[in-house]
Design a protein around this ligand. Structure first.
Ligand SMILES: *Cc1c(COP(=O)(O)O)cnc(C)c1O
Length: 369
């Protein structure tokens, strides 16, 4: 069987009873939309982060979009972020009519180069949008200081960093708000789409609750500011509640896979993931780097191992964002990394013998280059 970068079927086998019990709980509850499971998950997810409010939404992209709107970001505003992220980070900025402004990343750990942010701030800058990429946090202290100094809001993109910590603080608890995705591959994944925003601010939370529900405060009520329908599904919320209780186990499982790779590949010329100072990494993806990346991926196909690249195209080089005017070479580190990075299979239920197969195959491919 082909080894894939991600596969949920082992997890489903192990958790099947609980997942199906979640479905039964909701179907038998008499309340299929915005019912007790969504409310409970919102409260539990917020409490897990030590933050006052959680608002469940339909996916991570809309979590970012609605959070930006709730924080007052709109047409004409600039939002500073990175280009080596999943396209939805930038799509969401575009969706509120704001302009994404990209800074480069650090070659060692692929995270936002916070020393480049000050120079990117203009009178139009409204928000900083750090992406806790691949499972570890951006250096938040300099960003929070700049935000205070310039009156900006900070929205954390936590879609890849459930449970990650930075100097003891959990990802999502450091900015004005944080957006999460529960897309199935994520560290906390649903059995379908899902997302959430957490925030400590009462007004932001109230804005979000209305925005995901047509703009209404409650059922059969008036719309003051028109919103959309971006509700988190009740079944997904019940599944997520149960899986939230296992998040620490999932993270421990990912760290064990990462440790096995690190040991098995230490003496090769692959560049392995570096954990930044003060960070606790959750390994959403295990990204390695090599100048002959394309040859390695091709050769591994003969071993029945199919690898991915997260992400092959920096967002500023995509045709859909050509109007932003970033020429080739404008984000040199981001662009160089995109040509060299690739991801090894990573999920907590990845069998040990498969991990070893990946290590052996990679070693033999690297030796034959
Ligand atoms: C997955 C992801 C998103 C989007 O989440 P969806 O639930 O797929 O909409 C946004 N940002 C990052 C960094 C992601 O990895």
């Amino acid at each position: 069987m082909t080894v894939l970068v991600w596969n949920y079927l082992h997890e489903y086998e192990a958790e099947r009873k609980d997942i199906l019990a979640a479905v039964e709980t909701v179907f038998a509850s008499g309340k299929l939309v915005l019912g007790p499971s969504v409310s409970a998950f919102e409260a539990e997810f917020a409490a897990h982060h030590g933050v006052a409010h959680g608002v469940g939404v339909d996916n991570g992209t809309n979590a970012i979009k609605l959070a930006l709107q709730a924080l007052g970001v709109g047409p004409g505003d600039e939002v500073i972020t990175v280009s080596n992220t999943a396209a939805p980070t930038v799509v969401a900025i575009d969706a509120v009519g704001a302009t994404p402004v990209f800074v480069d990343v650090r070659a060692e750990d692929y995270l936002m180069d916070t020393t480049a942010v000050a120079a990117a701030i203009t009178p139009r800058t409204k928000a900083l949008l750090p992406v806790h990429l691949y499972g570890q946090c951006v250096e938040m202290e300099p960003l929070l200081a700049l935000a205070r100094e310039h009156g900006l809001v900070v929205l954390e993109d936590c879609a890849q960093a459930h449970g990650a910590r930075h100097r003891g603080r959990i990802a999502g608890s450091m900015g004005e708000a944080a957006a999460f995705s529960f897309y199935p591959t994520k560290v906390l994944g649903a059995y379908g789409d899902g997302g959430a925003v957490i925030t400590g601010d009462d007004t932001t939370a109230a804005n979000l609750r209305r925005a995901r529900y047509y703009g209404m405060e409650k059922t059969y009520y008036v719309v003051e500011t028109p919103g959309h329908n971006s509700r988190l599904d009740e079944v997904q919320a019940e599944i997520l509640r149960r899986k939230l209780g296992r998040l620490d186990e999932y993270v421990a499982g990912r760290r064990a896979v990462a440790a096995r790779y690190a040991e098995g590949l230490a003496d090769t010329d692959l560049v392995l993931p570096a954990v930044a100072d003060g960070n606790e990494h959750v390994y959403y993806v295990y990204v390695v780097r090599h100048p002959r990346r394309d040859d390695i991926i091709e050769a591994l196909k003969a071993h029945d191992i199919a690898l991915n690249i997260s992400y092959p195209w920096p967002v500023h080089t995509m045709s859909g964002f050509a109007h932003l005017g970033y020429a080739a070479g404008s984000l040199p580190v981001t662009e160089k990394l995109a040509g060299e990075i690739f991801s090894l299979p990573m999920y907590p239920s990845l069998p040990v013998d498969v991990q070893d197969r990946v290590i052996e195959a990679l070693r033999s491919v690297l030796a034959s280059l």
